[in-house]
Design a protein around this ligand. Structure first.
Ligand code: TA6
Length: 282
């Protein structure tokens, strides 16, 4: 593991293993790159992304915490993805994987919440494993929060992919005033802006990408929500840190716990959100 200077002269951890390479910016503890030897990169990062302290990276796996979506007078999706996290450890596991552990420093924005701690492990090997652990360290107060691993997956052509695992599941359609809907199709296909919040969903999903010739699984635990998002054309043009054509090469599949699935921890309780991203030839 090396700590280098990445884009915007920001500190970046580079991890090389026998099976793969990965990069993690301390800004937001954002995993911006994972690539198995002999494969294409798994994650998408916009060519227009800014790399500035205090601003979220447009791509990779931004951490949404402690709230999801807009909040009056506050930054969308919380402050964790804008904070500079601290490295607390790294270790080589028996199978040759490398595990990096980071923690979220106490932030001014956290003042309104009960005492809590947030740690994050990134395990780089044949697959990419991320685990976000939140602990309520207050003596008396429950701690309620939302969280999401807002994963941007790289793909060959948005109009050629499908996403399996959510057939018939109920979701809130953020493009249609969060109206509750279901999609009976065997797999989700994308031909317009898609922004779906699947609630009460503990299933794994699989992105099938015939152009890149691969399937990408997202396995998860400690999560009851999955958000699926592609900005499509108009929203892409409104996003300053995103190329107008880049919607064609990404899909966000975002495991977490948001809205009705928000988590409340009693004093002393902790919870972990885990994902594992793996790819296989198509
Ligand atoms: O992916 C779900 C979502 O809430 C979308 O509505 C879209 O806003 C996306 O997050 C990106 O949000 P951001 O604040 O990173 O521009």
């Amino acid at each position: 593991m090396d700590i280098t200077t990445g884009n915007g002269n920001l500190p970046k951890v580079v991890i090389k293993t026998a099976h793969s390479t990965a990069e993690i910016y301390l800004l937001g503890a954002t995993v911006t790159h994972f690539q198995k030897h002999g494969s294409e990169p798994l994650l998408f990062v916009s060519r227009e992304s800014v790399f500035e302290e205090g601003k979220p990276i447009r791509g990779g796996i931004p951490i949404v915490f402690p709230w999801f979506g807009p909040r009056e007078g506050k930054a969308q999706h919380g402050y964790a993805r804008r904070a500079t996290w601290e490295i607390v450890g790294n270790e080589v596991l028996a199978d040759g994987s490398v595990r990096l552990t980071l923690r979220l420093p106490k932030a001014a924005e956290a003042a309104g919440y009960p005492e809590h701690s947030v740690s994050y492990t990134v395990t780089v090997g044949k697959t990419l494993r991320c685990e976000l652990t939140v602990a309520n360290e207050s003596k008396n107060d429950p701690f309620s929060f939302e969280t999401l691993l807002h994963t941007y997956l790289l793909l060959g052509d948005i109009e050629r992919v499908s996403i399996g695992g959510l057939s018939g599941a109920r979701y809130l359609d953020a493009v249609d005033n969060f109206t509750e809907k279901t999609d009976a199709a065997e797999a989700i296909t994308i031909g317009e802006e898609v922004d779906r919040v699947y609630a009460g969903s503990t299933v794994s999903t699989e992105l099938v990408d015939p152009v890149m010739g691969r399937r990408v699984r997202t396995d998860k635990s400690g999560s009851k929500s999955t958000v699926v998002w592609n900005p499509w054309i108009a929203k892409s043009q409104r996003m300053e840190d995103f190329g107008n054509d880049e919607y064609r090469h990404m899909i966000c599949i975002e495991p977490g716990n948001v809205r009705a699935d928000a988590i409340t921890l009693k004093p002393g309780e902790a919870t972990s959100l885990r994902i594992e991203l793996s790819e296989s030839p198509f």
